[in-house]
Design a protein around this ligand. Structure first.
Ligand code: GLN
Length: 224
């Protein structure tokens, strides 16, 4: 059985690390730089990097609107750090003209941990990720300041000045973390996402045939 086809948004950021983890988990991991490539995936990873740069490049390459439509139309997505910023419906401490894709009903504060903690590592326990707390690497990371009613909080910082801050969330098939599991060798969060994509692809395939509504399907990854 071949794994689900998962794209990694490849405009900027730590693309290669995500590709390696996804491939190691048995997914077919591919680069997404163009709308046609986006239309051919079952799920999408939005990597860490610099969200302002990524959105500028997305606008320039004509990918912003297709990305918005895809995520809001139900394409499973997993964002790490800058990817969380991209998925947020609302931003704090961002340039007023910074667009997001949205799809995740949260308010995210960019670079929230402050200058003295630009980069640090912590242990975070995540709901839905068995096996104990994972080592979480934060690099100029955002946190989630507020969540809407449909958003499940998966993990919070424990201890220190940021004690209790939300750093991992899920809403339906959209998952996001403030930190970078792709940098630690712990593949459990990616494993959770691959499972989400696998299940969504299976359900999408089963529904698309009897409904006969393939042409109008909102899910761009639904074609086999
Ligand atoms: N501070 C960056 C941003 O807001 C995110 C940093 C990261 O992805 N490591 O885009």
């Amino acid at each position: 059985m071949s794994g689900p086809r998962i794209g990694v948004l490849s405009l900027q950021g730590d693309v290669r690390e995500h590709l390696a983890v996804l491939t190691g988990l048995g997914a077919e991991a591919v680069l997404v730089r163009r709308p046609e490539e986006l239309a051919a995936v079952d799920g999408l990873v939005l990597p860490g990097g610099e969200s302002t740069t990524m959105t500028k490049l997305a606008v320039r390459t004509g990918l912003l609107e297709p990305l918005r439509d895809a995520v809001r139309g139900g394409l499973p997505a997993y964002g790490t750090c800058a990817g969380l910023v991209l998925l947020a419906d609302r931003l704090l401490d961002a340039p007023p003209d910074q667009p997001t894709l949205g799809g995740l009903d949260v308010t995210v504060r960019r670079n929230a941990f402050g200058r003295q903690a630009d980069s640090f590592e912590s242990r975070i326990a995540l709901d839905g990720v068995p096996g104990g707390p994972l080592s979480a690497v934060f690099i100029r990371a955002p946190w989630v300041e507020e969540t809407g009613p449909g958003v499940q909080v998966l993990g919070r910082v424990v201890g220190g000045a940021a004690d209790g801050r939300i750093v991992a969330v899920r809403q339906g098939d959209v998952v996001a973390t403030s930190f970078h599991p792709e940098l630690t060798g712990d593949t459990r969060v990616h494993g959770l996402f691959v499972e989400i994509v696998r299940r969504a692809a299976a359900v999408g395939g089963a529904v698309a045939v009897p409904s006969g509504a393939g042409a109008g399907a909102p899910h761009p990854g639904g074609d086999q």
